[in-house]
Write a protein that binds this ligand. Sequence first.
Ligand SMILES: Nc1ncnc2c1ncn2[C@@H]1O[C@H](COP(=O)(O)OP(=O)(O)O)[C@@H](O)[C@H]1O
Ligand SMILES: [Mg+2]
Length: 247
Amino acid sequence: MGYTTAFVGKGGVGKTTLAAQLVRFLVARKKGSVLAVDADPNNNLHLALGISAPRTIGEVREELASDTLSNPAISKERIVEYKLQELLVEEKGFSLLAMGRPEGQGCYCYVNHILRRYLDILQNDFSYVVIDTEAGMEHLSRRTTKDVDLMLIVSQPTESSLLAVERIASLARKLPISVKAMAVILNMVTPPLSEKITERIKSISLEIVSVVPYDSRISGFGIADENENICPPLESLFEGIASKKRF
Ligand SMILES: Nc1ncnc2c1ncn2[C@@H]1O[C@H](COP(=O)(O)OP(=O)(O)O)[C@@H](O)[C@H]1O
Ligand SMILES: [Mg+2]
């Protein structure tokens, strides 16, 4: 089973940036096979990873549900499998799968059933799965983010961002999803970090596993080519993930 890390948090806190950094780290250090999952409907993980836009599961789901692909000679399941294989972009030493938009109106039960099974199988094919999620908690309730080894809640040292941390942690603890560990990354921090913030996170029984400074080289996705060193505060966290640590 691939070790699955999900980046969650409020919009604009750095989920995509940090997820891309983790993917690059695992690839550059040759830690094993990596599946990057873009679970944000406004998919942009590919931009942070420097590859072109992939087709999405959402697009394939629409095609399948509209039944334009019916062919009596081939089972629908085979068509789905074939289509999904096409979706997986393999470039620069990792694979990328983009979820795209969630379903609209109509009957998607059958298609969703196959999709979920495919995703479960896919997770097992890789040493690491890195999921970049959309802002907020929708994906938790929709259960696109389930069976996660480590949920990293990314937050800036701001009130609204910390409020989101509290809400996400509380919801993740309530929902019937399997999250083995949860921790906080504080991002875009201009030192000194106030003790109030660390105390507040401690008070909801979460550990801060990394404090990443505001770094103008990171803004605008102008980050690290593969050879560039990883930001030091992320290094030990990423090494822990690479060793499939139980946080
Ligand atoms: N540590 C950092 N220092 C400076 N800019 C950052 C840092 N982390 C992220 N950013 C920038 O902040 C913006 C939002 O980051 P992004 O990863 O898209 O957030 P999210 O995915 O949570 O919406 C991007 O322009 C990104 O380059
Ligand atoms: Mg994002």
